[in-house]
Ligand binder design. Sequence first.
Ligand SMILES: [Zn+2]
Length: 75
Amino acid sequence: MSKPEPRPGMVEPNEARCPRCGKRYAYRSVKEHKPFPFCSVRCRDVDLGNWLTEKYVVPGPAPKPEESFEDESDD
Ligand SMILES: [Zn+2]
């Protein structure tokens, strides 16, 4: 058995594309690259922020103003 073992510390960088800004970046491991799959924390925060904002603003039926039936008679 002469299988070449991967040397520790010799992790080939993976390449990914930031879904936020589209920038290609290299990372060694997902564990090390915290903002994965984004290129940076900034991109992640921006995306997360947008997501939260969108979720926060739930498009719902606007509260109808009370229909005041004008039934004033000229008296
Ligand atoms: Zn990015």
